[in-house]
Design a protein around this ligand. Structure first.
Ligand code: ADP
Length: 262
C-alpha cells in the first residue's frame, strides 16, 4: 500500500510541475514575442531617418559642389535626422534597461523640487513660460529615483511645449494618500481614438504632423514605465483642438518610509 501512496504523490507533484513548466513556457513565449515586436518596430522607425539621410547624401554627391543651396539643405537635413536617430536609440536603451528590471536606487525625492528644476531648464531651452502651482504642502516626498523622475518631467513638459503654442500649467497637489501631478496644455489635443494608444511604444498621432516635431513615439511609453516603477499611475484627458491634461498619481511616503534626517 505504501508503494501506491508514493506513486500517487509523485504523480500529483509531476502534474503540478508540468503546470508550472507550461506557465513558464507561456511567459517566456510572451516575452519573446514582445521583444520581437520591439525589434521590428525599432528597425522600422530607424529606417525612415536613414532613408532620408541616404537620399540627401545622394543629392549631395550629385549637386553638392555646384549648388550651395542644395549643400545647405542636405547638410542640415542629415544633421537633424542623425540627431533624431541618436535620440531614438538613447530612448530605446532606457526602455530596454527598464525591461531588465534593473534595481533602481531609491531615495526620498521632493516631487515639486524636481518639477521646478526641470521646468526652469526647459524654459531656458524653449524660451517659453511654464507655471507651477502647489497647494502649499511643503514636502512632496515620494520614494523614487531622482534621475528617472526628472526624465518623466522632461517628457511631459517637452510634449506640452511641442504640441501647444499656448501656456503650460503644472499643478502638484496632495490628495489623501497620494500626490497628484498634472501637466496641462492648451494645444492641439488628442483625438478620442488615439487616446488609448498614446502610451504605446512608437505610437504617434498623425505621423506627418509629428515628423515635423521630430518625435519618436517613445516618450510616453518611457513615462508610463517610470510611473509604474514608482507605484504610480498615469492617465490623460484630452480634446482635439483644446488641449491635454496628463495626470500622474504617486503614493505618499508612509510614516515608516520617511527618513527623519531629511
Ligand atoms: P513623441 O516623441 O512622438 O512626442 P510620445 O510617446 O511622447 O512621442 O507621444 C506619443 C504621441 O502622443 C505623440 O506623437 C503625439 O501625437 C501625442 N501627444 C503626446 N503628448 C501630447 C500633447 N501634450 N498634446 C497632444 N498630443 C500629444
Amino acid at each position: 500500500f505504501k508503494k501506491i501512496d508514493i506513486n500517487e504523490k509523485a504523480k500529483d507533484e509531476l502534474t503540478e510541475m508540468g503546470r508550472t513548466f507550461n506557465h513558464m513556457i507561456d511567459l517566456l513565449k510572451e516575452n519573446y514575442e514582445k521583444q520581437q515586436q520591439f525589434v521590428s518596430d525599432a528597425s522600422h522607425e530607424l529606417k525612415t531617418p536613414l532613408t532620408v539621410i541616404d537620399s540627401y547624401a545622394q543629392l549631395l554627391k550629385r549637386w553638392g559642389k555646384d549648388k550651395p543651396e542644395v549643400l545647405d539643405e542636405a547638410v542640415s537635413a542629415i544633421s537633424s535626422e542623425s540627431k533624431r536617430i541618436k535620440e531614438m536609440t538613447n530612448q530605446m536603451l532606457v526602455l530596454a534597461s527598464q525591461d531588465e528590471a534593473v534595481t533602481m536606487e531609491l531615495q526620498q525625492v521632493n516631487l515639486a523640487k524636481t518639477m521646478f528644476e526641470t521646468a526652469r531648464q526647459m524654459e531656458t531651452t524653449y524660451h517659453r513660460t511654464i507655471t507651477i502651482q502647489t497647494d502649499g504642502h511643503s514636502h512632496f516626498l515620494i520614494l523614487g529615483n531622482e534621475m528617472q523622475l526628472k526624465q518623466l518631467a522632461f517628457i511631459l513638459l517637452e510634449n506640452g511645449l511641442k504640441y501647444s503654442e499656448e501656456k503650460l500649467e503644472v499643478m502638484i497637489l496632495k490628495r489623501s494618500e497620494n500626490f497628484e501631478l498634472t501637466v496641462k496644455d492648451f494645444g492641439v489635443g488628442i483625438a478620442e481614438v488615439d487616446i488609448p494608444h498614446v502610451f504605446d511604444r512608437f505610437y504617434r498621432v498623425n505621423k506627418d504632423r509629428n515628423r515635423k516635431t521630430g518625435g519618436s513615439g517613445l516618450g510616453l511609453a518611457i513615462a508610463k514605465k517610470i510611473v509604474a516603477s514608482h507605484r504610480g499611475t498615469i492617465t490623460v484627458e484630452s480634446e482635439e483642438g483644446k488641449g491635454s491634461t496628463f495626470r500622474i498619481v504617486f503614493p505618499v511616503l508612509t510614516e515608516e518610509e520617511v527618513d527623519d534626517e531629511k
